[in-house]
Design a binder for this molecule. Structure first.
Ligand SMILES: CC(C)(COP(=O)(O)OP(=O)(O)OC[C@H]1O[C@@H](n2cnc3c(N)ncnc32)[C@H](O)[C@@H]1OP(=O)(O)O)[C@@H](O)C(=O)NCCC(=O)NCCS
Length: 165
């Protein structure tokens, strides 16, 4: 069942229990309530949620530090995968990053996370290195999208927007 994008909004503190439930259902090592509280209140952060009929169906977060923006997390409930919720979340987070002066985008993911790898490749991220044991039980692949404020990256975003229009 498709989720209406009217349900796409900034995350606030009272969303934490629902986001925590999503975290726990999606990630092997979920963020804790304390981490979520700190993140939502921290400077330079943007967190967005997609409301489900019950709870939160998807969420994603961004940190902008000067000219660099870091995709902090993105998670979609199992029952709504491939509905392009992650695509919508990423497009919006990247718009926020560019509006706030970011020129380069970065993130990391588990080396085994094929779905996330494909998603980020689609968004023009390229692997630049490995962080050994970044996660307790696995290495992280570090990816960057450089010159994200430039015309070539704008075309990448436009192509994605056209695809989902
Ligand atoms: C990765 C994740 C966020 C993708 O969310 P989603 O809403 O299903 O993704 P979208 O529908 O927007 O898909 C966008 C693109 O990502 C890629 N993709 C997404 N899921 C994929 C999968 N299971 N296998 C291969 N490619 C996949 C595809 O390129 C897809 O484009 P397409 O549908 O035109 O082929 C979701 O699978 C998830 O929450 N996984 C668990 C949490 C996680 O790993 N988060 C990332 C942490 S770094």
């Amino acid at each position: 069942m498709a989720v209406s994008l009217d349900r796409f909004r900034p995350m606030v503190e009272r969303d934490i229990p629902a986001v925590l439930a999503l975290e726990r259902s999606v990630f092997r090592v979920p963020w804790t309530e304390e981490m979520l509280r700190e993140e939502v209140a921290a400077p330079g952060r943007t967190y967005l949620v997609v409301d489900g009929d019950v709870g939160v169906t998807a969420y994603g977060g961004l940190m902008v530090l000067d000219t660099e923006a870091h995709i902090m997390t993105i998670a979609v409930d199992e029952s709504h995968r491939r509905d392009r919720l992650a695509t919508h979340l990423l497009l919006t987070l990247i718009d926020v990053a560019l509006d706030n002066g970011a020129q380069h985008l970065t993130l990391e993911l588990r080396v085994s996370n094929e779905a996330a790898l494909r998603l980020y490749q689609k968004f023009g991220f390229a692997p630049v290195g490995i962080r050994p044991r970044y996660y307790a039980d696995e290495d992280a692949l570090v990816m960057w999208a450089v010159d994200a404020a430039g015309p070539e990256y704008r075309r990448t975003l436009d192509r994605i927007r056209e695809e989902i229009a």
